[in-house]
Design a protein around this ligand. Structure first.
Ligand code: PRP
Length: 181
């Protein structure tokens, strides 16, 4: 397979991702068999592909909603300040909320999101995250369902971007360091 010039290597191939997404969906389906009003809350933009695949493997009834956040950064360094730029379409109070995120890096975004959603008094609140970079964590956040732990490299594909590029690559690739250092 010919990789784009900016990509160093494939970190997680299509089949590896698909198998893990099916496992996560099976686990979530088992945990939510008795839950009414399960809402998957996808965080735009990065989670759109993961959420689409995960949701289609769930065997329990659910709704899909989205919100968008913006994090303030100086260059590649997150300042930790997060802002809600698009809210969910429906009210989430009283619902079983499952936040669906592509990646947790410093943890600032998920921390902000869980605090914001908890204040709306959902019936329950959990997080399903495809990728985690434990080395980069600045604030501890609970991840109830995790796809993969990865090293501290810039990853793109399967929803993840570099300057809004590479989101629709079918695999997760590591970007060449010279692209971002
Ligand atoms: C990414 C990712 C998470 C956040 C994680 O979003 O989707 O929301 O960063 O980083 P943190 O743990 O350090 O807070 P990004 O701001 O790149 O937006 P995008 O999803 O639109 O690409």
């Amino acid at each position: 397979m010919k990789l784009p010039d900016a990509i160093e290597r494939v970190l997680l191939g299509e089949e590896v991702i698909a198998a893990r997404v099916r496992e996560l969906a099976a686990q979530i389906s088992a945990d939510y068999t008795d839950a009414e009003d399960l809402v998957l809350v996808g965080v735009l933009k990065g989670a759109f592909i993961f959420l689409a695949d995960l949701a289609r493997h769930l065997t329990v009834p659910h709704h899909v909603d989205f919100l968008a956040l913006s994090s303030y950064s100086r260059g590649a360094v997150s300042t930790g300040a997060v802002r809600l730029i698009m809210d969910t379409r429906a009210s989430v109070s009283g619902c079983h909320l499952l936040v669906v995120e592509d990646i947790v890096d410093t943890g600032y975004t998920l921390d902000y999101l869980l605090r914001t959603l908890r204040a709306r008094q959902p019936a329950s609140l959990r997080a399903c995250v495809l990728l985690s970079k434990p080395e980069r964590r600045r604030v501890e956040v609970p991840i109830d369902y995790l796809g993969f732990e990865i090293p501290d490299v810039w990853v793109v594909g399967y929803g993840l971007d570099y300057a809004d590029r590479f989101r629709t690559l079918p695999y997760i690739g590591a970007l060449k360091r010279e692209m971002y250092e």
